[in-house]
Design a protein around this ligand. Structure first.
Ligand SMILES: NC(=O)c1ccc[n+]([C@@H]2O[C@H](COP(=O)([O-])OP(=O)(O)OC[C@H]3O[C@@H](n4cnc5c(N)ncnc54)[C@H](O)[C@@H]3O)[C@@H](O)[C@H]2O)c1
Length: 352
C-alpha cells in the first residue's frame, strides 16, 4: 500500500519529475472551480501546461454521483485510456472524487494528488480512501485506491480561507494527540494570525502526515489500529448531524476540535488522561474555534446519533480514547451517563 509522497514548496518541479518517470499517454487535471482559478495557474509545471482541466463545482454538495458522472464523461470524451493519468488539484473533495473517478474509470487508471487545502494535505489525500457521498450519506460509495504519488505543499495555503486552515489544523491536533505530548504542546502554540505558506509550516505538515501514514501502513483497510484516527469523531459526527438537523451545517474540522474536547474528558475520566492537557486543549479550541452551542435538551438527540454512528457496536456508543498523548485506547464503550457527563463538561469548558 506504500505510496510516493513528496513534501515541497516547488510543486511544479516535482510534478514534472514524477510525470517524467511515468509511462503514460495523456494527462488530465481535475480541479474544482476555486482551485482551477487560484491554484492551477500557479502549479508551474511545464509538463502539465496545456493539458485538459476537468473543472467541477466546489463544495461538499458536489461530491456526488452527478459530478462523478461528469468526470467520467469528460475522461471518456477526451480520449482517456487505461494508460492515462489524472492529477487531482484541490482539497479533500477533489482528491476523494477525482481519486474515485480514476480508480473506477476503465477499471482503474493512475492518479497523482496535489492537495491544496490543509485538510486535504494532512489527511484526505493520503491513505487511499476515495469516494463520493450518496443517498444522503457521507462517503457511502468508494474504494481504497492509492495515489501513485502525493505532493504535499504549504505554498497554496495563502489563498485558503482561515476557517479552512483551522478545519485542517484540527486534524493536525488530532494527529499530535495520537503521537506525543511534545508535538501536542508545540501545536498549541500556533497563532492563527501568522502565515501558513512557509517552509517551517511545511515541516509541521510533514510530521502530521507521517503520523497518519504510520496508522495507514499498519492497517491499510481500517480493521484495527487505523481506527485511532477516529479520535474525537464520535462526538464530532453527532454535532455535525445535529447541526444539519438544525439547518445550520458546521465544518467537519471544527466539529472534530469540539469532539476532541468531549472525548479527552472521557479519556481523563476512564483512562487517566492528564487534566492539564484536557484544559490546555479546551482553551485552545475555545480561543480559536469558538463553541458549538448545545443544551441538555439536545443530549437525547446527540446520543441517538452516537449510537447509530458507524463506529458503534450493538447500539453502544464507541469511542477511541487516550490514556495519554500517543497512547490510544480502542473500542471504549461509553455509557449514556458518561457521555452526558462529557457533554456537561464540554459545555463548562466552552463556557456555554
Ligand atoms: N479520503 C480521506 O481519507 C479523507 C479524510 C478526511 C476528509 N476527507 C474528505 O475531504 C473533504 C473535505 O476536504 P476539504 O476540507 O479540503 O474540503 P474541500 O475540498 O471542499 O475544500 C474546501 C474549500 O476550499 C477551497 N480550496 C481548496 N484549496 C484552496 C486554495 N489553495 N485556495 C483557495 N481555496 C481553496 C475549495 O474550493 C473549497 O471551497 C470531505 O469530503 C471529506 O469527506 C477524506
Amino acid at each position: 500500500m506504500a505510496q510516493g509522497i513528496t513534501y515541497t514548496n516547488h510543486v511544479g518541479d516535482i510534478l514534472d519529475k514524477v510525470l517524467a518517470g511515468i509511462d503514460y499517454n495523456k494527462a488530465f487535471i481535475i480541479a474544482d472551480e476555486n482551485t482551477a482559478r487560484l491554484v492551477v495557474p500557479r502549479l508551474k509545471s511545464t509538463v502539465l501546461a496545456g493539458v485538459p482541466i476537468i473543472t467541477i463545482p466546489a463544495g461538499e454538495e458536489s461530491k456526488n454521483l452527478e459530478t462523478l458522472t461528469y468526470v467520467w464523461t469528460q475522461l471518456s470524451d477526451l480520449g482517456a485510456t487505461r494508460n492515462s493519468i489524472v492529477v487531482n488539484v484541490g482539497g479533500g473533495m477533489v482528491t476523494d472524487l477525482g481519486g474515485f473517478a480514476a480508480a473506477t474509470f476503465k477499471r482503474g487508471i493512475r492518479f497523482i494528488n496535489c492537495p491544496t487545502s490543509l485538510l486535504g494535505a494532512v489527511d484526505a489525500s493520503v491513505g487511499g480512501k476515495t469516494g463520493i457521498d450518496f443517498n444522503g450519506l457521507k462517503n457511502e460509495i468508494g474504494a481504497f485506491s492509492m495515489p501513485l504519488h502525493t505532493i504535499v505543499s504549504s505554498c497554496f495555503l495563502d489563498t485558503l480561507p482561515m476557517t479552512e486552515i483551522k478545519a485542517g489544523y484540527a486534524e493536525m491536533l488530532k494527529h499530535a494527540l495520537l503521537h506525543s505530548h511534545d508535538l501536542f504542546c508545540q501545536l498549541l502554540k500556533t497563532d492563527f494570525s501568522t502565515s501558513f505558506n512557509t517552509d517551517a509550516f511545511l515541516k509541521t505538515m510533514e510530521q502530521s502526515v507521517a503520523i497518519k501514514l504510520q496508522y495507514v501502513d499498519s492497517d491499510p483497510f481500517e480493521t484495527g489500529t487505523r481506527r485511532a484516527l477516529n479520535l474525537g469523531h464520535t462526538v464530532a459526527h453527532a454535532f455535525e448531524s445535529l447541526a444539519l438537523k438544525r439547518g445550520k451545517p458546521i465544518q467537519h474540522g471544527f466539529a472534530v476540535a469540539w469532539g476532541m474536547v468531549a472525548e479527552t474528558y472521557l479519556s481523563h475520566k476512564l483512562f487517566g488522561f492528564s487534566s492539564q492537557d484536557l484544559y490546555a486543549l479546551a482553551q485552545f479550541v475555545l480561543d480559536n474555534y469558538g463553541a458549538f452551542h448545545i443544551t441538555c435538551d439536545d443530549y437525547e438527540a446527540l446520543i441517538a446519533f452516537m449510537t447509530h454512528d458507524k463506529k458503534s457496536r450493538d447500539g453502544e456508543i464507541n469511542c477511541v480514547l487516550l490514556s495519554q498523548c500517543g497512547a490510544p485506547q480502542f473500542d471504549a464503550a461509553i455509557s449514556t451517563d458518561h457521555m452526558k457527563e462529557a457533554l456537561d463538561i464540554y459545555r463548562d469548558l466552552m463556557h456555554i
